[in-house]
Design a protein around this ligand. Structure first.
Ligand code: KE4
Length: 431
């Protein structure tokens, strides 16, 4: 049953005239799944309603921030309160001190934290800090891991053992890309050879998503994260955990708590803003105190620590700390995986299904899927048809085979079961 999309279509037509691609972030354009994007009118709990009044169970959750679902009362009430004080002062406030204190309380590796306005800014600046502190220029990232769109991180694997990156986008100078190597995830030997290939004392940082969600969900292999940590320690390389997606989601203390790894720097966004624009990065005081105005590494932001974003984020993090929903989210993620595995098997569709807490993922491929190279071998054409079928069933998935899904504290077992039943019907029809 195809649902009316008249209003979305006319909004998209207008948008395309005045916004590049009709959207303010490329993945929203549905290019990876075909057709035109839905325009969303409102959200409540685990559900959203589009411009034509169609409702969906939402597994995007604004790409991760909404771990408490849409319009959680604790956040809405807190925002109502802070609006009585104002929206922005361009001066320090008590709220951002409380936010910094809470992050430092919950994440042992973070002794100091700087607020910014996006995950891109957090990752970009954490690299600048790592280079400034070590005096080294090269950084290593992993294919399929996304750390925002700053020049030094929009880099693809170069030729051979990727000691030198190549620009992943027009506008990124080759000289910038050459300082970033991008290699396959879950391959410790390749990382060791890449560090050796670049040369001693040259690599400032290794940055990674500890549980990648930007190539689809690809969990770290047993021992991989510890191996990266040990290799960085051995070579005086700073390890940066990009916890923009995993932070406060896969555990209160993020992936570093879940896997027991201590990075040198960590980046955040999404959950810590409760749906408002925010980013942050933090680490040991000896590193963070090198940032302006305390130290020489420059970084700044007009709206950094914005009272509205801090208020929404604080309300979210305090609620997570005080209610500890993580066991429930883990159980729901497991239910989703078991249901999806069974639905795919019943339809005779090879699938690799995984979760890490409330992050979920399904590849149409017998698996295993341990890297971006393997993720790209999955059946993306089948995913397109699956995505469309699920939309018709009232299930809103990320519009790309290379994204993760997100559960919230407002998703119920009944919703997950309904989603699994829908998947069974759709896969039975399209395979
Ligand atoms: P932003 O600049 O989009 O706030 O954050 C960049 C970023 C950094 N690190 C990780 C691990 C991320 O997942 C992201 C952004 N995530 C994507 C979703 N895959 C945002 C969606 C979009 O680009 O519209």
């Amino acid at each position: 049953m195809s649902r009316s999309q008249t209003n979305s279509a006319s909004l998209y037509d207008r948008a395309a005239r005045v916004i590049p691609g009709g959207v303010n972030s490329p993945v929203r354009a549905f290019q990876a799944v075909g057709g035109e994007p839905l325009f969303i009118r409102e959200g409540d709990g685990a559900e959203i309603v589009d411009a034509d009044g169609n409702s969906y169970i939402d597994y995007v959750g604004s790409w991760g921030p909404l771990i408490l679902g849409h319009r959680p009362p604790v956040v809405v009430e807190a925002l109502r309160g802070v609006l009585e004080r104002g929206t922005s002062f361009g001066a320090p406030t008590d709220i951002e001190v409380e936010m910094a204190e809470l992050i430092c309380e919950v994440v042992p590796s973070v002794e100091m934290v700087r607020m910014v306005n996006s995950g891109t800014e957090a990752c970009m600046t954490s690299l600048r800090l790592a280079r400034g502190v070590t005096g080294r220029d090269h950084v290593i990232k992993f294919n399929g891991c996304y750390h925002g769109h700053s020049d030094g991180l929009l880099v693809e694997a170069g030729s051979g053992v990727a000691t030198f990156g190549i620009s992943g986008s027009p506008g990124v100078p080759g000289d910038v890309a050459r300082c970033t190597a991008s290699i396959e995830f879950n391959d410790l030997d390749l990382l060791r050879r890449t560090v050796d290939g670049i040369g001693p004392g040259k690599v400032a940082a290794v940055i990674l998503e500890p549980v990648p969600g930007n190539m689809g969900l690809v969990p770290p292999a047993e021992g991989f994260l510890q191996g990266v940590r040990d290799l960085c320690t051995e070579h005086g390389i700073l390890l940066i955990f990009d916890e923009v997606m995993t932070g406060f989601r896969v555990a209160l203390g993020g992936a570093q708590e879940r896997f027991g790894i201590t990075p040198d720097l960590s980046t955040y966004s999404k959950v810590i803003g409760g749906g408002l624009p925010v980013g942050a990065f933090g680490g040991r005081a000896e590193l963070m105190s090198q940032l302006a105005p305390a130290g020489p590494v420059y970084q700044a932001g007009t709206l950094s620590g914005n009272p509205l974003a801090m208020t929404a984020g604080l309300a979210t993090l305090r609620h997570l700390r005080d209610t500890d929903p993580y066991d429930g989210l883990e159980d729901l993620g497991r239910r989703w995986v078991e249901g999806m595995r069974s639905a795919a098997a019943s339809a005779g569709v090879p699938a690799t299904v995984a979760h890490c807490g409330s992050m979920v993922g399904m590849f149409f491929h017998p698996g295993p899927v341990r890297s971006y190279a393997e993720a790209r071998q999955t059946d993306t054409e089948l995913f397109q048809r699956y995505f469309r079928g699920m939309l018709d069933e009232g299930i809103y998935l990320a519009p790309s085979a290379f994204e993760a899904g997100f559960l919230s504290t407002r998703h119920t077992e009944e919703m997950v079961d309904r989603t699994v039943e829908a998947a069974g019907r759709v896969l039975g029809r399209i395979s």
